[in-house]
Design a protein. Structure first.
Length: 410
């Protein structure tokens, strides 16, 4: 494997500057050392870990090791509360590097997944990958090799320096990076992220959250989505952060990746069973109500989650519709009408009297509900003629039903 000598030198000199950042808590000695195909991993299983729990793998940087990665990130602190398995693998060369040009390490990762499924009965559809520096580069490399094994990726301070690769499928990405990184420069990050956003057909404009909470740095969170297959790409920009992983970021990473499995967004709760979905279904009270609901939805392509776009006035929507030849407006249910998709013309989305978002006439279609920040809050499949899919805080919500997208509010 070829790797730039300059980067290796930079990493070696920078290693002494990277503080431990542990601040107490568990150490790598609290992890179980396990051999997978002759190579070491360190495994942390929270007390009472249930079968079919998720797993997150955290990959160290060049010339580092699981001890350094764990002492800076402390993933076990999140795992104890959220209930998932944590794995810190060790690089396989004299410099503890990763194979980011071939398939030696990606094949090994699949062996880790298989062994952890055997030893801990993890849910193989909810395996997540995060990595720092060269571990972040490995994360991007894995998108093109084993995206069918990893549900979501969270690289930190690392991207493929020879240029972005081609992902096997649209994958959720949460990338953290410091603006003062002098090893893997921040200035080249946007070209990398833009390439993947283009691959995944993401919106061109990001929703920007200034002053995003972070215990170490002033942070800005950029969100693009929904992209193809309902995934999102996010970037956490950390002002003044140098080349370092941090426990300050792991909760944000977990809150993002946990919303996905290999099939796409899974939301905050499991899909309803057939019996509960049928019992909770609520149809429009009259044919007139059904007609109003049916006129309230349509296709808008990639939905925009920015609040400035979510709260467009009905007058501007109506003006835009006249040239497109479609009816726009706001129905009595409070749902903004959008262009009609003839293939799903009978689907309707509306708010019920008891403050639920209801989807009607969508049998067999996937349903995903996003809040105004672009986070998945519910994901299920339509089982009846009308189905309650979400209730929650007041605000604007995007509802994707198959290939059709609606905007509504609670």
């Amino acid at each position: 494997m070829k790797f730039p000598l300059l980067l290796l030198v930079a990493v070696s000199f920078s290693f002494a500057q990277w503080g431990g950042g542990g601040g107490g808590g568990k150490s790598i000695n609290d992890y179980k050392k396990v051999s997978v195909s002759g190579r070491d991993i360190h495994v942390y299983a929270p007390s009472g870990l249930k079968d079919n729990s998720p797993m997150l793998m955290s990959f160290h940087g060049m010339d580092q090791d699981p001890n350094y990665q764990q002492s800076n990130t402390h993933w076990e602190a999140v795992a104890d509360t959220a209930g998932f398995l944590v794995v810190y693998p060790r690089g396989g060369t004299g410099f503890n590097t990763w194979d980011i040009s071939g398939d030696k390490d990606t094949k090994w990762i699949t062996q880790i997944i298989d062994q952890m499924a055997n030893d801990y009965k993890i849910d193989k559809k909810r395996v997540y990958m995060s990595g720092f520096s060269m571990g972040g580069m490995l994360s991007y490399h894995a998108m093109g090799k084993i995206a069918d094994k990893i549900a979501a990726f969270a690289p930190c301070s690392g991207y493929l320096m020879q240029g972005p690769g081609r992902a096997q499928r649209p994958v959720p990405i949460f990338h953290t990076h410091g603006t003062s990184d002098d090893v893997v420069g921040y200035n080249n990050l946007e070209n990398n992220l833009k390439n993947y956003r283009n691959q995944f057909k993401c919106p061109s404009q990001a929703e920007v959250e200034n002053n995003h909470p972070n215990s170490e740095n002033k942070a800005t969170l950029y969100t693009w989505g929904p992209c193809e297959n309902g995934i999102y790409v996010k970037h956490l920009k950390l002002e003044g952060r140098q080349h370092s992983p941090s426990k300050a970021d792991v909760s944000d990473i977990w809150n993002f990746v946990k919303g996905y499995d290999l099939d796409g967004p899974i939301g905050a709760s499991k899909p309803e069973s057939s019996a509960s979905a049928e019992s909770s279904a609520s149809a429009p009270t009259s044919s007139a109500d059904a007609a109003k609901s049916s006129s309230s939805g349509g296709q808008i392509g990639p939905a925009r989650s920015s609040s400035s776009r979510s709260h467009r006035s009905s007058s501007s929507a109506t003006a835009g519709s006249s040239s497109a030849g479609h009816h726009f407006g706001v129905s009595s249910s409070g749902t903004q009408a959008l262009p009609m998709d003839p293939s799903l013309r009978f689907v309707s989305v509306y708010k019920s009297s008891d403050n639920y978002i209801v989807v009607a006439n969508a049998q067999g279609k996937s349903i995903t509900v996003f809040n105004s920040l672009g986070n998945v809050v519910s994901s299920t499949r339509a089982l009846g003629s009308a189905q309650k899919v979400y209730t929650g805080a007041k605000g604007v919500y995007i509802v994707k039903v198959g290939s059709r997208t609606f905007k509504t509010s609670l």
